[in-house]
Design a protein around this ligand. Sequence first.
Ligand SMILES: Cc1ncc(COP(=O)(O)O)c(C=O)c1O
Length: 343
Amino acid sequence: MQTLLDKSLSSFARTDLLQGPTPIQQAERLEQLLGLKAQGVGLFLKRDDHMLIGGGGNKLRKLEFHIGAALASGVDTVITIGGLQSNHARLTAAVCARLGIACELILTRSVPKAEVDYELNGNVLLDQLFGAEMSVFPAGTDSLAKAELRAAQLRDAGRNVMVLPTGGSTPLGSLGYARCAVEIAQQETQLGVTFNQVVVPNGSAGTHAGLAAGFQLLDRGTSIVKSYSVLSDRDSSAARTVQLTQNALALLGSSAIVQADEITIDGSQLGDGYGLPTLAMQDAVRLMARAEGLLIDPVYSGKAFAGLLADLRQGRFRSGDNVLFVMTGGTPGLYAYRETFQA
Ligand SMILES: Cc1ncc(COP(=O)(O)O)c(C=O)c1O
């Protein structure tokens, strides 16, 4: 059945980068190891790390809408910004390569890490393979201003340029995750399962905001989504997420008002800051690898899964509950953090 949300979403230009839904798998070994089976709690994984372009990851869902708009207006060059190991930058580079659009990346050394693998491996290596032009600046650089300046130069030279902000997390980009909410609801019907909580990492907030807006318009409420902030403290993440959810809803034609207490964000996993490893993250990445044979990244999903593990171990769910953990990709980041896992 086509929902009103489907209808609103289909009024936006979108380039199909996913080619179908990503799978949902039950994490049966984790359920067993964590004693969830005995408690009657189900743990499921939404495989948004499992996509067909550029190594996959959550940014492709946002890029479907951004690149849709870019193609509709004849853009020939995309400039985006991010940290040195940005997954969004890598996936923007991959999509641009595939569509024959020039791509420039303005990256900042926002994480105080200087290991050779952090500088040259992981997403940095892939950005180069995808043929993006890269400029790297020190922490604290106003990269959006740099991007706008570069865009102005290119426009003067006759190019049609689009600038994408951090993480592609505009209201338009977050529609990718409103669309994902529809996909999850359809998969619930197919699987015969209802999820009580959908868990994601929160960086630039577009993933949380898009899902929250989507579930709100599916009459499931925004608080079904829980995120763990990995970029900034809980309160800053919450303010950004409330605003972006509100703006995404407005873009979808809804006048619903988002209350701050309906957006659920946990700040316990940030540790010393963005991109800095925590012991809980390392344990979570190892557990996922050894129990399920699956990879999660050290910056986003690793910290979010650490938070979910803490909740599961503290018995925060009740018998009959089903939890969906969204694996958001970013696994090339593991190669940038070699010394964290091999030390
Ligand atoms: C792998 C991965 N997971 C999660 C996130 C967080 O998503 P968002 O920026 O939409 O909060 C990002 C991007 O920042 C990411 O690259």
